[in-house]
Ligand binder design. Structure first.
Ligand code: PEP
Ligand code: MN
Length: 333
């Protein structure tokens, strides 16, 4: 349920209403927007007398939120959420360009790629240290050492680092990471999501391989309900009948998610297609449909990459693509 207040309600009257609602056992989510203040009620609201609240002089209207996702819901928070990653903002018209290799391989690789993507215009560096590989015999990532190499690349470039966490037991290692990625395979690892609620840093939550938008939103709700409001959603392609492509990039998810939620939505065309030459057209399409950012795999030597070389762009291709992404954004803004 949400309670929309009339414009210009004094804070003490608002707070008195909030206290009363809390005394009825409701958890409150307050959204003070430019034009509207909304009190979101989370919990069992069956004992709340809607007519009584609606009759209060400070209340404009009361609406029942039927969706199971509450804090993630745009009805609870009509303005776009802006997630801050150091000086970089994501959402609400702020666009992010995240780029880097699938996995961190060694110091010169990650530093070289970091410098190249920064020069191209990227404002965050990605790189996996803990890799969720389909085969246990494939390169599993440099783990803790990979995180240290990412920090070296951050020190060299000033780019905030985005890297995947697979297990809650590794959270202490991620203390100095700027954005924690939850990969597609862990989107419904609910214990992990709950643990990330108490980590007060931005979480990049990727859509699962075969998950609906509602399931993605419910996973974001887990993180928010556990206390962390800093969630960025990522569409990275889903399993369909695709034969020549790694996945199917569901771009309609972007405007639909923007309707349903206030959280930023970015697109990963690399894992969506699996083929480097498919990445630029899909990245441009993502920019055109209103994504709040694009995450792309870039490698300085894709042929010898330890992971996902086939979908990785060379730095010069990425640099050219960024110019085109910016041009598309100019047209559609
Ligand atoms: C990745 O970003 O490196 C990754 C493994 O992506 P996904 O979880 O989307 O497969
Ligand atoms: Mn990858």
């Amino acid at each position: 349920m949400i309670v929309v207040l009339k414009p210009g309600v004094p804070e003490e009257k608002r707070d008195r209403l909030i206290e009363w609602l809390q005394s009825m056992g409701m958890k409150i989510h307050l959204s003070v927007g430019e034009y509207q203040t909304i009190i979101g009620l989370i919990g069992d609201s069956s004992n709340i007398d809607v007519d009584l609240i609606e009759s209060l002089d400070i209340v404009d209207s009361v609406k029942v939120v039927t969706e199971t996702f509450k804090q993630v819901n745009r009805k609870f928070h009509p303005d776009d959420s802006i997630i801050e990653v150091g000086d970089v903002k994501v959402g609400g018209g702020n666009f992010c360009l995240i780029a880097g290799p699938c996995s961190v391989e060694n110091e010169s690789q990650i530093v070289e790629v970091a410098k190249a993507v920064k020069a191209a215009g990227a404002n965050m560096l990605r790189g996996g240290a803990f890799k969720p590989r389909t085969s246990p015999y494939d390169f599993q990532g440099l783990r803790g050492e990979g995180l240290e190499l990412l920090k070296i690349a951050r020190a060299e470039t000033g780019l905030p680092i985005v890297t995947e966490l697979m297990s809650a037991t590794d959270i202490p290692l991620f203390e100095d990471v700027d954005v924690i990625q939850v990969g597609a395979r862990n989107m419904q690892n609910f214990d992990l999501l709950k643990e990330l609620g108490s980590v007060k840093k931005p979480i990049l939550l990727k859509r699962g391989l075969a998950n609906t938008l509602k399931e993605l939103l419910m996973s974001a709700e887990y993180i928010m309900a556990s206390g962390n409001e800093n969630v960025i959603l990522c569409e990275r392609g889903i399993r369909t009948y695709s034969d020549y492509l790694r996945n199917t990039l569901d771009l309609a998810a972007v405007p639909m998610l923007h309707e349903l939620t206030h959280l930023p939505v970015i697109v990963d065309p690399s894992h969506a297609t699996g083929i480097a030459r498919m990445v630029p057209p899909m990245a441009l399409a993502a920019a055109a449909c209103g994504a709040d950012g694009i995450m792309i795999e870039v490698h300085n030597d894709p042929q010898h990459a330890l992971c996902d070389g086939a979908q990785s762009l060379r730095p010069e291709v990425y640099a050219d693509l960024v110019k085109k992404i910016n041009a598309v954004r100019e047209v559609v803004k």
